[in-house]
Design a protein around this ligand. Structure first.
Ligand SMILES: *[C@@H]1O[C@H](CO)[C@@H](O)[C@H](O)[C@H]1NC(C)=O
Ligand SMILES: *[C@@H]1O[C@H](CO)[C@@H](O)[C@H](O)[C@H]1NC(C)=O
Ligand SMILES: *[C@@H]1O[C@H](CO)[C@@H](O)[C@H](O)[C@H]1NC(C)=O
Ligand SMILES: *[C@@H]1O[C@H](CO)[C@@H](O)[C@H](O)[C@H]1NC(C)=O
Ligand SMILES: *[C@@H]1O[C@H](CO)[C@@H](O)[C@H](O)[C@H]1NC(C)=O
Ligand SMILES: *[C@@H]1O[C@H](CO)[C@@H](O)[C@H](O)[C@H]1NC(C)=O
Ligand SMILES: *[C@@H]1O[C@H](CO)[C@@H](O)[C@H](O)[C@H]1NC(C)=O
Ligand SMILES: *[C@@H]1O[C@H](CO)[C@@H](O)[C@H](O)[C@H]1NC(C)=O
Ligand SMILES: *[C@@H]1O[C@H](CO)[C@@H](O)[C@H](O)[C@H]1NC(C)=O
Length: 412
């Protein structure tokens, strides 16, 4: 059993000066801890000017990487003995451990010693968890065990993310690993039967994951199933066509539609086939796609239409409509539909020389406009992005300037 530490931080609003709207109660969990912020009528020193408070409320400007980000509760700029700035929520000081008053350190490595916390004349240990609460934008989380690009990432029904295959330092990979968002760690699971990259992975309605095609020297027609309850891979029916760079979509009837891609002779396919999980077989089907590659260039599906750079593609009519332009030109980026219905586009290649970029931007389907958001810490392309059940976006691996194949993982 995972131990759950529950910290109750009481935020007072009665003594907030110049604040007109009350933020709602706020709770969230990071790593193993759940933290709940509760409104209270008792006084809080962070807002008490007579308590010699030196805190500045965070600047929520999105263009300044060194500043605190917007948050659903007010956050403050705390400074440590080394004058390092951390953003953290206003918190009830009495629950914080005091720092060692000689070494100015905390007994836990999961805390930072803050001198001018406004809590007390003595320095207090602020848990990193409380610091992360205040950030939006990108945060590093643990590295994957294998550096990889051209891989897949799928959110399982448990909320855990399954990463499969790709290309790494040793070439094409058959390895797979699992990210647990509740503890922020990676664990290996069994290897696929085939190494593959430029493949697809789809979560079926029974919870299993169907992996299809891809490349590992040849373009593959094989497919295999991952069972999360046993952590094992089993081969399933072969596709009619070998396909790599293709696209797979789970239909509402539970079947999987595989479209486009390239075959072993380098031909671009416009054909499509359907996988029936109840019989483990494939049947060819008609496809209205004019170009099988259209769907794999990093597009996001919005109301069954594909957002790709500055155009929306409607597969039912085959019609492209222009929409607002992205701020940065990019390819092999990711596009994720967030819970607020905006689309987060991150990273990508900028030119044919393989220069990759860290910029990220948000597309608002209501206004058809793009807005810059904070940059990834690491520029990359051929990475993955998965929307987690807590609303955050997990970005994994890809090709990055410094290390080539990356094991670096970030959360938005
Ligand atoms: C979370 O709990 C697990 C299991 O108790 C432990 O192995 C892990 O180190 C903990 N993680 C953190 C960040 O405390
Ligand atoms: C916040 O939480 C407290 C304690 O659980 C509760 O009494 C209060 O009604 C909540 N306020 C809002 C706005 O949800
Ligand atoms: C501000 O803090 C001082 C010292 O801690 C306390 O005496 C005073 O009551 C506080 N004022 C408010 C409005 O909370
Ligand atoms: C917040 O930061 C931005 C960009 O760094 C700056 O232009 C703006 O003046 C700052 N706002 C405040 C209130 O400090
Ligand atoms: C701490 O950092 C801030 C902002 O970077 C700076 O304005 C201030 O002078 C620094 N204070 C000390 C004591 O170095
Ligand atoms: C430091 O802490 C110790 C134990 O908590 C206390 O006895 C001592 O008076 C403190 N020293 C100062 C300078 O605050
Ligand atoms: C904290 O980290 C340091 C160095 O990384 C290590 O020596 C020390 O044992 C750690 N302390 C705790 C309580 O984990
Ligand atoms: C991630 O890759 C770096 C080298 O790029 C390596 O130093 C580090 O140990 C790797 N992390 C894991 C968890 O394997
Ligand atoms: C699937 O295709 C591979 C060659 O790609 C072949 O070796 C294998 O026997 C086929 N499996 C079935 C069940 O047809």
């Amino acid at each position: 059993m995972r131990s759950i530490i529950v910290l109750f931080f009481i935020i007072s609003l009665s003594s907030v000066k110049g604040q007109t709207t009350q933020p709602p109660n706020y709770s969230c969990s990071e790593n193993n801890a759940s933290i709940q912020f509760t409104l209270s009528s008792s006084a809080h020193s962070a807002w008490n000017s007579t308590a010699n408070c030196a805190l500045q409320q965070c600047n929520t400007s999105l263009n300044d990487n060194n500043n605190c980000r917007s948050s659903s509760t007010p956050c403050y700029d705390y400074r440590t003995i080394n004058n390092i700035s951390y953003c953290a929520l206003g918190i009830l000081c009495s629950i914080l451990e005091r720092c060692n008053n000689i070494t100015q350190t905390c007994s836990s490595n999961n805390s930072v010693c803050v001198i001018n916390s406004c809590c007390s004349p003595q320095a207090v240990c602020l848990p990193f968890l409380a610091i992360q609460m205040c950030n939006t934008g990108w945060l590093y989380t643990r590295d994957m065990n294998d550096a990889r690009a051209y891989h897949t990432a799928s959110r399982l029904s448990s909320g855990i993310v399954l990463v499969t295959g790709g290309w790494g330092d040793t070439g094409h990979l058959n390895s797979a690993e699992l990210y647990d968002p509740s503890i922020g760690t990676w664990a290996t699971t069994s290897n696929m039967n085939n190494a593959r990259y430029y493949h697809t992975a789809s979560v079926l309605s029974n919870g299993n994951v169907l992996v299809t095609g891809g490349a590992n020297g040849n373009i593959l027609n094989s497919a295999e199933l991952y069972d999360p309850s046993t952590g094992t891979w089993t081969p399933t029916g072969n596709m009619t066509n070998a396909r790599g760079f293709h696209k797979a979509s789970v239909l509402s009837n539970g079947k999987v539609l595989v479209t486009g891609g390239v075959d072993d002779n380098g031909n671009i396919l416009n054909s499509a086939e359907l996988y029936d999980p109840s019989t483990s077989t494939w049947t060819t089907t008609a496809s209205e796609l004019s170009n099988g590659l259209v769907l794999v260039t990093g597009g996001a599906l919005i109301n069954n239409r594909v957002l790709n750079s500055a155009e929306l593609y409607d597969p039912s009519t085959g019609i492209w409509t222009t929409t607002g332009s992205m701020t940065w030109t990019r390819y092999s980026h990711t596009a994720s539909v967030l819970s607020n219905a905006k689309v987060l586009v991150a990273g990508g290649g900028a030119d044919t020389f393989g220069t990759c970029i860290s910029s990220a931007e948000l597309y608002d389907p209501l206004t058809s406009t793009w807005t810059a958001t904070s940059h990834l810490h690491d520029a990359r392309y051929h990475h993955t992005a998965s929307v987690l059940s807590n609303g955050k976006v997990l970005v994994t691996g890809g090709v990055d300037i410094s290390t080539l194949f990356s094991n670096i993982t970030e959360l938005y």
